[in-house]
Design a protein around this ligand. Structure first.
Ligand code: IVH
Length: 703
C-alpha cells in the first residue's frame, strides 16, 4: 500500500512528466515517448488519484475533460478590456500608421513586431499562481462568456504554467482556431454523418467553443496560440518580443513566424514575406498584425475604446469575385437535412469557375440576408470551398426576393422539423424520394460499399422506376427486374451484367463499409471502423446499449443515441435480418481479413498521410492502411513508421524529413499495399517497407 506522502510526491512527479510530454507532443511537435508509455504514466496518475481523492486537484491533466454539459454560458467581466484592431488594406495606409506612431512618440523610427493574424476566435486565459482558473471569450470587450470548461479540453494548452515561480496573475491572450486540414476532415465527417457543415474553419472553431458539452468539445480539433496578455501581476514585461519569450517559458504555444522590424521598410518587407509564406501555414491567416514592440511606447500612444493606437492589422486580400444569385435551391440530404444552396451566375475565382455555393444552413442564410437576384461577393474560404460572403445591399433594385426557410420538404412535401440546438431543418419522412435517392447514392459511394457502376444517374433511374426503395433491394432484384433494366435507353446487357457483378462482389466488403453505408446519423466512416473493431460484428453492435457504445473510443453521446435508436427500430431489425439473408459480410474477423492484415508490410505500423493522392482520396488511403492493420495518425512524431506523401504535401513532410521517418510516394504505396510482407524477402524484391526505412536514413528523401 502506497503511503499518502509517497503518493503525493509520485503524483507531483507524474503530473510534471505528463505536462512535459504534452508540451513536447502538442506544442513542440517533438515527442520523446511512445503513446503506450504516455498511457502508462497517465493511468498510474489516474489510479493514484482514485486511491487518494484529496490529491485529485482541478489542474491535474486527468481533469481536462470533465463535468456535465452546461445549460448556458455565464458572462463575466474582463480584468483588462479586450480591444480589437484597426484594419488597413494597402502599403499606403500602413505607412500613415507608422507616421502617426512616430509623430506621437516624437521619434524618427520605431521598433515593431510583425505577426501572422490568425483567423480564429480571441480568448483570454487567466492563470493564478500558475493554475488555469478562467477562460473568457472577447464578448463585447468588457465582458465575455466563461468557456473555461471547454478551453481546458484543448490538449496543447497547459493547465499549469511551467517554471518554478509563476506570477500571481497572468492572463494570456490569443486565438483559438482549427487547422485547415482538420476543418476539412471535420466537415467531411459531418457530411458523411449527415450533419450540416461549417462555412469555414473560423466558424467551426467558434461553433465548437460554444458547444455546451465539454466532452463534445474535446472531440473537436481545437488549437490555441498566444500573442498577448491582459492583467499581469508579479511579472515585469517591457516588450512584445520579451512577452513571446515569457509565453514560451510558461509552456504556452506562441504564434509562429513573428518577426522584429525597425522602421516601415523592414515592416513592409516582413509583411510581404509573411504573405508569401501564407500557404505554408497549417491554419488560416487573414493578415499580418504590426505592433509597436515597446510597452512603454504603447502606454504613451494609448488607444480608442475600440482599438489601440500601437497596433494595426494589415489584411491580405482574399480571392473574391462578384456575381449574381440566380436562384436559391434546397438540397435534401440522406438523413433529411435541408441545405440551402446559392445557384450563381458562373464566375471565375482563384483559378476555377464557381456556379454554386452552399449556404450551409438557414440561420446563415438569414444572417447574411441573401436574396434571389442579389449581387453577391463570393470567396474561396480556406482556398477550397466557395462561399457567399455578403450581398451588395446597396446595389439592390427592390426586385430581389428573400428566401424563406421552407416549412415543407421540397421533395416529398411533408412538414419539416426544426431543431434549435443543431441549426438543422430536417425532413423526417423516411419515404421521402430525395432521401431514398441520397441514401442509395451514399450506400453505393466509394467510401461506403464502393459499387462503382451505380452513379448519380443510375441511382435516379433505380429509384424513380421503383426498382429500389432501400439499398437492401439491390440484393433482391429479380431476373425479371434485370431483364427490364436492360431495356432502358443507354443500358445494355453488358452494362447491366457489370452492375450485377459489382453488387455481388460488394457482399464480401468488410462490415464497417456496410455499417457506414447504412447511413446512421453521426456515424462517419471512421466511427464505423471503430465500432466494428470494438464490437466485432453488426449483430453485436445492434445489441449494444448507449453506455457500452461510449466505451468505444471516439463515440460521443449523440452518436451512441443515434446508433441505439437505429437498431431499436423494428424496421431496421428487419433490415439486419435481410442483410444476412442477402449474404452480406457482417462480421469483422473473417479469416481473409485477418490474414490480409498480418501479411501486410503495414501491419502494426503507425502511418501518417500527407498531400493528395491521384488514385484515391486520403480517406480511402487511410482505410486501406487500416485494413492492412496499420494505425493511421494525424501528426508525425518519433513513433511514426511511415509517411505516405502525395502531391502538395504539407509541413508533415518536413517534419518527417527532420525526424528521418521513411517517406513513401504514391507509386510505392500502391505496390506495398498489394505486397504481402513475406514477398519483401524475395531475392528480387527491392521495395519492402523496412528497406525504405534503411534507405531513408542513408539517402534522405526518396522522391
Ligand atoms: S493583437 C489590442 N495579434 O484579430 C489588440 N490579434 O481583428 C489585441 N488576432 O481580436 C489583438 N492574430 O482576435 C493580435 N497576432 C495577433 C492576432 C490577433 C489574430 C485577432 C484577435 C483580435 C482580432 C482583431
Amino acid at each position: 500500500m502506497v503511503k499518502t506522502e509517497e503518493a503525493k510526491q509520485r503524483v507531483a512527479e507524474l503530473r510534471r512528466q505528463i505536462e512535459r510530454h504534452d508540451r513536447l507532443y502538442y506544442v513542440e511537435a517533438a515527442p520523446e515517448i511512445s503513446d503506450a508509455e504516455y498511457d502508462r504514466l497517465y493511468r498510474e496518475l489516474q489510479d493514484l488519484e482514485e486511491q487518494f481523492p484529496s490529491l485529485a486537484t482541478e489542474d491535474s491533466p486527468t481533469r481536462r475533460v470533465g463535468g456535465e454539459p452546461l445549460s448556458e454560458f455565464v458572462s463575466r467581466p474582463h480584468a483588462v478590456a479586450m480591444q480589437s484592431l484597426d484594419n488597413t488594406y494597402s502599403a499606403e495606409e500602413l505607412s500613415s500608421f507608422d507616421r502617426r506612431v512616430c509623430r506621437n512618440l516624437g521619434c524618427e523610427q520605431t521598433a515593431y513586431t510583425v505577426e501572422p493574424k490568425i483567423d480564429g476566435v480571441s480568448i483570454s486565459i487567466r492563470y493564478e499562481n500558475g493554475s488555469l482558473v478562467q477562460a473568457l471569450t472577447r464578448g463585447n470587450g468588457v465582458e465575455g462568456d466563461d468557456v473555461t470548461v471547454n478551453v481546458r479540453t484543448i490538449r496543447s494548452l497547459p493547465l499549469r504554467l511551467s517554471g518554478p515561480n509563476p506570477p500571481s496573475v497572468f492572463e494570456a491572450r490569443g486565438e483559438i482556431f482549427m487547422a485547415k486540414q482538420k476543418f476539412l476532415e471535420l466537415n467531411e465527417a459531418r457530411q458523411d454523418a449527415g450533419d450540416s457543415t461549417f462555412a469555414n474553419a473560423r466558424n467551426a472553431a467558434a461553433g465548437s467553443l460554444k458547444l455546451l458539452d465539454p466532452k463534445a468539445v474535446a472531440r473537436r480539433p481545437l488549437q490555441v496560440l498566444f500573442y498577448g496578455c491582459g492583467e499581469v501581476r508579479g511579472l515585469d514585461l517591457h516588450s512584445q518580443w520579451q512577452l513571446f519569450e515569457r509565453l514560451r517559458e510558461f509552456g504556452l504555444p506562441v504564434v509562429d513566424g513573428a518577426a522584429q522590424a525597425k522602421g516601415i521598410d523592414e515592416v513592409w518587407a516582413a509583411v510581404e514575406e509573411l504573405a508569401g509564406r501564407r500557404a505554408e501555414y497549417t491554419y488560416d491567416i487573414d493578415g499580418a498584425v504590426v505592433k509597436v514592440d515597446s510597452f512603454a511606447a504603447r502606454r504613451r500612444l494609448g488607444g480608442t475604446a475600440k482599438a489601440p493606437r500601437w497596433a494595426i492589422a494589415y489584411k491580405y486580400a482574399a480571392e473574391r469575385a462578384l456575381t449574381r444569385v440566380r436562384a436559391i435551391t434546397v438540397q435534401v440530404g440522406r438523413t433529411g437535412t435541408l441545405t440551402p444552396v446559392a445557384e450563381l451566375e458562373p464566375t471565375p475565382v482563384a483559378g476555377s469557375t464557381v456556379a454554386r455555393a452552399t449556404l450551409h444552413n438557414f440561420r446563415e442564410l438569414e444572417r447574411k440576408d441573401i436574396r434571389v437576384g442579389d449581387q453577391v461577393e463570393i470567396e474561396k474560404a480556406g482556398d477550397v470551398i466557395p462561399a457567399v460572403v455578403r450581398a451588395l445591399t446597396e446595389k439592390r433594385s427592390g426586385q430581389e426576393k428573400p428566401f424563406d426557410q421552407p416549412s415543407r420538404c421540397p421533395s416529398c412535401d411533408s412538414e419539416v422539423v426544426v431543431s434549435e440546438s443543431e441549426v438543422a431543418v430536417r425532413c423526417v419522412n423516411p419515404a421521402c424520394p430525395a432521401q431514398i435517392r441520397e441514401r442509395l447514392r451514399h450506400f453505393c459511394s466509394r467510401g461506403a460499399m464502393d459499387i462503382e457502376t451505380i452513379g448519380e444517374a443510375m441511382v435516379g433511374l433505380l429509384v424513380d422506376n421503383q426498382f429500389v426503395q432501400s439499398p437492401i433491394d439491390l440484393y433482391f432484384l429479380s431476373e425479371a427486374d434485370w431483364q427490364r433494366l436492360q431495356k432502358f435507353p443507354g443500358l445494355g446487357e453488358k452494362s447491366v451484367s457489370r452492375m450485377r457483378q459489382a453488387i455481388d462482389k460488394s457482399r464480401d466488403n468488410p462490415p464497417w463499409r456496410l455499417l457506414f453505408g447504412l447511413g446512421i446519423r453521426h456515424v462517419g466512416s471512421r466511427a464505423a471502423q471503430t465500432l466494428i473493431e470494438h464490437f466485432g460484428s453488426l449483430e453485436q453492435l445492434a445489441q449494444a446499449d448507449a453506455e457500452s457504445l461510449q466505451e468505444a473510443c471516439d463515440v460521443g453521446p449523440a452518436m451512441a443515441e443515434s446508433v441505439v435508436d437505429f437498431f431499436a427500430s423494428p424496421a431496421n431489425r428487419e433490415l439486419l435480418k435481410q442483410l444476412r439473408q442477402a449474404g452480406l459480410n457482417m462480421e469483422s474477423s473473417s479469416s481473409a481479413d485477418r490474414s490480409a492484415k498480418s501479411n501486410s508490410v503495414f501491419a502494426g505500423k503507425t502511418c501518417v498521410l500527407t498531400g493528395s493522392l491521384e488514385s484515391m482520396s486520403r480517406e480511402e488511403a487511410g482505410e486501406r492502411l487500416r485494413e492492412a492493420g496499420a494505425k493511421v495518425t494525424g501528426s508525425v512524431s518519433g513513433n511514426t513508421d511511415f509517411v505516405i506523401a502525395g502531391d502538395k504535401p504539407g509541413s508533415k513532410l518536413d517534419k518527417a524529413k527532420k525526424l528521418q521517418v521513411p517517406i513513401i510516394d504514391e507509386k510505392k504505396f500502391l505496390q506495398l499495399l498489394e505486397q504481402p510482407e513475406d514477398s519483401s524477402h524475395n531475392q528480387d524484391s527491392d521495395n519492402g517497407a523496412e528497406e525504405e526505412r534503411q534507405n531513408q536514413s542513408q539517402q534522405g528523401e526518396l522522391f
